[in-house]
Design a protein around this ligand. Structure first.
Ligand SMILES: O=c1[nH]c(=O)c2[nH]c(=O)[nH]c2[nH]1
Length: 308
C-alpha cells in the first residue's frame, strides 16, 4: 500500500515468511503423492491505523495467515500444483478480508522425487532431488493477477563444446582464448505467464506443473544440444540467450523469461615441482573445480507486448 502521510510517501505490507507445509494425498489404488512447500505470504492491506496509532483493528494477524496455509492445504482433497495453491491462497486473502487489496504468495517446493526400486516406481517412497520449483503469484481484489514460475539450483555442466574467444584484451587481461573448456553453471530461471486475470487461468489440474517440466526440459536440451554432437557455446551469454529464446518460441503462454547463469570456473591444472620439472601438464583433462569467484551472467527476454 502506498500513502502520502505528512508529506512523506509511506509504503507498507505485512505477511508471514517461510511457512512450511507437507501434504500427502493417496489415490484409490493406494499410491501416495507428496509435496513439501515453503510458503511466504505478503498482504497489501488498508491497516494504516496500526502504523500511525495503537489501533490494530484492521490487521490480519500473520499468525492467522500461517494457519490459513494449513487449513487450505487440508481443504485440497485432490493434488494441486503449487501455482494453483498460491492462487487459491491469494484469492482467499483478497476476498475474505475487506482490508486486503492485494496478496503476493511465494512458494518454493522441496524437490522430493518418487524413488525407483528395481526399476519400479515406489508407491510411497521419496528421495530428495536437486533443483527447486518456485512460484510467485500476485492477485488483486479486482481479480487482476500475475503468475511467475521458476527453477532454482539447476546445475548443468558439459565437458566440451564450449569456448571463449575474441574478448577485449588489454594490460589487465591474462585469460587465454580457448575453444575447449568445461562449461558449468547453476541456472536460476523465472518466467512470467501471460494470464492477467483469475478468470483466464487454465483450469487443467496439472497445467502449471506440466509447464514447469516442459520449460526445464527446453532449457536443459538447449544448453547441451543433441546427445551425440552437442552444440558449441561461444560464451555463457550466447547460450543463455538461446535458452531464453527457445522458451519464448516454444511456449506462447509465457511472456517473458529471466535467466541467471553464473559461470562456474574449472581451472586447468599445470604443476611444476621444486626443480621446475613439469609433473602435471594440462591437456584438457585435469581441472581444479571452484565455486568462487564465479562469473555472473543474467538477462531477461520478453515479448514486446508483455507487461513485465
Ligand atoms: O562465457 C564467458 N563469458 C564471459 O563474459 C567470460 N568472462 C570470462 O573471464 N570468461 C567468460 N566466459
Amino acid at each position: 500500500m502506498t500513502r502520502e502521510i505528512e508529506n512523506f510517501k509511506f509504503e507498507h505490507r505485512h505477511g508471514k515468511d517461510r511457512v512450511r507445509v507437507g501434504r500427502v494425498w493417496r489415490n484409490k489404488d493406494g499410491r501416495y503423492f507428496f509435496v513439501e512447500w515453503n510458503v511466504s505470504i505478503s498482504l497489501l492491506s488498508d491497516c494504516l491505523p496500526a502504523y500511525l496509532l495503537d489501533d490494530n483493528s484492521d490487521i490480519v494477524a500473520t499468525d492467522t495467515m500461517k494457519n490459513t496455509v494449513y487449513v487450505k492445504a487440508k481443504e485440497c482433497s485432490e493434488q494441486i500444483s503449487m501455482e494453483d495453491f498460491a492462487i487459491l491462497l491469494a484469492k482467499h486473502f483478497t476476498s475474505f478480508y475487506r482490508q486486503v487489496t492485494g496478496a503476493i504468495i511465494k512458494i518454493v517446493e522441496k524437490p522430493w522425487e518418487r524413488v525407483y526400486i528395481d526399476g519400479q516406481e515406489h508407491e510411497h517412497g521419496f528421495k530428495l532431488g536437486s533443483e527447486k520449483h518456485t512460484t510467485e503469484v500476485f492477485v488483486k481484489k479486482s481479480g487482476a493477477l500475475q503468475v511467475t514460475s521458476g527453477i532454482e539450483g539447476l546445475a548443468l555442466l558439459k565437458t566440451t563444446m564450449s569456448g571463449f574467444e575474441g574478448f577485449i584484451r588489454d594490460k589487465y587481461t591474462v585469460l587465454p582464448e580457448t575453444r575447449e573448456r568445461i562449461l558449468a553453471t547453476e541456472v536460476t530461471a523465472s518466467w512470467r505467464y501471460s494470464y492477467e486475470s483469475l478468470s483466464s487461468i487454465p483450469q487443467k489440474p496439472y497445467y502449471f506443473t506440466d509447464r514447469y517440466l516442459d520449460v526445464k526440459k527446453v532449457l536443459v536440451e538447449t544448453f547441451y544440444g543433441p546427445p551425440k554432437q552437442g552444440v558449441y557455446s561461444p560464451s555463457v551469454q550466447n547460450t543463455l540467450h538461446h535458452m531464453a529464446k527457445s522458451v519464448l518460441n516454444r511456449f506462447l503462454d509465457i511472456s517473458s523469461v529471466q535467466l541467471k547463469m553464473p559461470n562456474i570456473h574449472f581451472l586447468p591444472v599445470n604443476l611444476k615441482n621444486k626443480d621446475d620439472e613439469t609433473i602435471v601438464k594440462f591437456n584438457d583433462d585435469v581441472y581444479l573445480p571452484t565455486d568462487e569467484p564465479h562469473g555472473s551472467i543474467e538477462a531477461s527476454l520478453s515479448r514486446f507486448w508483455s507487461k513485465m
